[in-house]
Design a protein around this ligand. Structure first.
Ligand SMILES: [Zn+2]
Length: 325
């Protein structure tokens, strides 16, 4: 049996950090030492990154799906002048999981530090800073119609629901991973307890190729689970038996937070990654009849969802919906 974990949207008002907090670490791809500071931010500002190493007061880039510039290896956002910030997804996942609506993320460099390859260090930072409720209703993107994108056996979909829930399935040749599936209801504490500690992973043969191409210079067994053939190279093994699928869900939580708010909908992923997750958001927002922005309080008060309840959807039903991209 795969563990069952769903996010009830019971937060009524927007939240931001109570205080400023920072950390430093290694950039996964550059190998550079990078410092990052999280700041409180005003109501309705969302999550904004700032490259403060760029002269003239820095460059701000909003964490939005339409600012995504690259989805190979990680999620990279950028502005129209080519200023980029990479590997934002694990921090975005932590901000989503902790219910942070507004924050300014100052990064002295082109990458969010990889830390231990999971979202747990960012959850710790957010916990240390504390949260403060703001005087404005939390805004939520409610999915009104099924939206599906697929590509060569991979698919990602969003279905109407009053809650944020995810099911995910992966399938790898390595017997260290094989087929793993998990369903999570993103209620309070689930992200922190079930997902945040799951680390990113890679395959030894890919790591070698990436290094040769100048990527993953900061990658090591300290910040990734590395699989070689059918073996896990990390001495301490895994944090969860199914750490791989848990990390893929963590990535999806982070990528989906680029919607600009919490999603009221059920996400279903089959072998999907950053690229398809971003295509899914672009497909969602490409048609105004797919979604509506509502106050979180309107959702918790309404019963049941406008369309189907999330539990009535399954993979077969999703597979029957034609993909839009
Ligand atoms: Zn990841």
């Amino acid at each position: 049996m795969s563990p069952t974990t769903v996010m009830k949207i019971n937060q009524q008002n927007q939240k931001t950090l109570k205080s400023i907090i920072g950390c430093s670490g290694i950039g996964l791809h550059s190998g550079d030492k990078i410092s990052m500071t999280l700041h409180p931010a005003e109501v309705d500002s969302g999550i904004v990154f700032r490259r403060s190493d760029i002269s003239g007061g820095g460059v701000e880039i909003k964490a939005s799906f339409d600012n995504v510039r690259d989805t190979r290896l990680c999620t990279t956002i950028g502005d129209e002048n080519g200023v980029l910030i990479s590997t934002i997804e694990h921090l975005m996942a932590a901000l989503a999981g902790a219910g942070v609506d507004n924050a300014l993320v100052d990064v002295v460099g082109g990458e969010v530090p990889i830390m231990d390859g999971s979202a747990a260090p960012f959850m710790f930072l957010i916990d240390c800073a504390g949260l403060v409720e703001q005087d404005a209703p939390k805004r939520v993107v409610r999915v009104l119609k099924p939206v599906v994108v697929s590509d060569e056996g991979k698919s990602a979909s969003l279905l109407p629901s009053n809650e944020f829930s995810i099911d995910f399935e992966i399938d790898f040749d390595s017997s260290a991973i094989q087929r793993q599936s998990m369903r999570v209801d993103m209620i309070d504490g689930v992200f922190k307890n079930e997902l945040s500690r799951a680390r990113t992973f890679g395959f030894m043969h890919e790591v070698e190729a990436l290094r040769a191409a100048g990527f993953a210079k900061g990658g090591s067994l300290d910040n990734a689970v590395v699989v070689s053939g059918d073996e896990i190279l990390n001495e301490d093994g895994l944090r969860f038996d199914d750490e791989f699928v848990r990390h893929k869900i963590l990535d999806a939580v982070g990528d989906l937070y680029l919607a600009g708010g919490t999603i009221a909908g059920h996400f279903s992923g089959v072998c999907t990654g950053h690229s398809l997750n971003n295509k899914l958001l672009r497909a969602l927002f490409a048609d105004a009849s797919n979604y509506e922005w509502v106050n979180a309080s309107d959702i918790t008060a309404s019963e049941p969802a406008k369309a189907a309840n999330s539990t009535s959807w399954d993979r077969e039903a999703v597979a029957a919906i034609p993909a839009t991209a």
